[in-house]
Write a protein that binds this ligand. Structure first.
Ligand code: CAO
Length: 241
């Protein structure tokens, strides 16, 4: 590789030097390794969340007094657990020539903080309901913003979700959080015209971007994972099948 270009920027205009914070230094080294060492591919898809969003709004009305805010991310965590159970290689890690398939489902979620990106983990997400997950997520996100997350809060994830849904954008290509083998990126849902066979109808569509490690997963499995995730998000009764 060529050496990193060294430029005397001050020659071209005024500059300011700012040292990177602790989180940026640690996450930067991890992101660099993961981006360079994993043969990663991203599949994009959309999920129809029209009914799910209406249900979420209704739940928030019902639980107004409890102080719990039900988030779309909590539903995404449950939907991902269902998809990870159906496609277990997505809930694994590589160990040399072997695959360690995990029979526990701990879901990390990327949280933006003033000091940088951190990934708190919802442990045993398969055993928790939407209300509990929403509440835990709010607590972990608060701890993250206050810089109070401990190592136990950020370890053990088997799969990660990075949601930019509250901010915007259409699709992006998230970097896998090694030693995990896949990550789901989520962007902002939008009303779109969808053909129902007779006419265009307005549906709320959620953009999904699944990045996966090609040493473990192939394109067909990734497309199936996204399609299944879309089916669950469109109608959660399908997790019962
Ligand atoms: N589509 C449309 N709107 C969405 C949405 C989606 N997919 N997801 C959330 N929203 C809306 C919510 O409805 C909410 O709106 P109201 O304030 O009107 O109720 C608002 O966005 C905020 O959402 P939220 O409180 O539910 O928060 P969240 O669950 O989306 O996110 C957290 C929580 C911690 C993930 C978020 O604060 C965060 O840090 N996101 C950034 C993650 C990140 O940086 N990822 C990139 C990593 S790679 O660099």
């Amino acid at each position: 590789l060529l050496p990193w270009p060294k430029v005397d920027f001050a020659k071209f205009g005024p500059i300011e030097r700012k040292e990177l914070g602790r989180i940026k230094k640690i996450s930067g080294a991890n992101l660099m390794r993961n981006a360079v060492m994993i043969p990663a591919v991203t599949n994009h898809d959309d999920a129809d969340i029209t009914e799910l969003e209406a249900f979420r709004v209704q739940l928030n009305k019902e639980h107004e007094k409890s102080g719990i805010k039900v988030t779309m991310l909590a539903f995404l965590i449950k939907a991902c657990v269902a998809a990870l159970k159906k496609f277990p290689e997505f809930n694994s890690s590589l160990d040399g020539d072997a695959l360690i398939v995990k029979h526990y489902w701990h879901i990390g979620f990327a949280a933006d903080t003033p000091n940088g990106l951190v990934v708190p983990v919802i442990k045993h997400a398969d055993q928790k309901g939407i209300l509990q997950i929403s509440q835990e997520m709010a607590e972990l996100a608060k701890k993250a913003r206050e810089g109070k997350l401990g190592p136990a809060d950020m370890s053990g994830a088997t799969f990660t979700i990075s949601s930019l849904g509250g901010i915007g954008g259409r699709y992006f290509t998230p970097i896998i959080n090694a030693p995990e083998v896949a990550i789901l990126g989520v962007c902002k849902s939008q009303m779109e015209p969808k053909w129902d066979g007779k006419q265009f109808v307005p549906r709320l569509m959620l953009p999904l971007s699944l990045t996966w490690d090609h040493r473990v997963i192939d394109g067909a499995a990734a497309a199936r994972f996204n399609a299944y995730l879309g089916q669950i998000l469109a109608d959660f009764r399908r997790v019962l099948l």
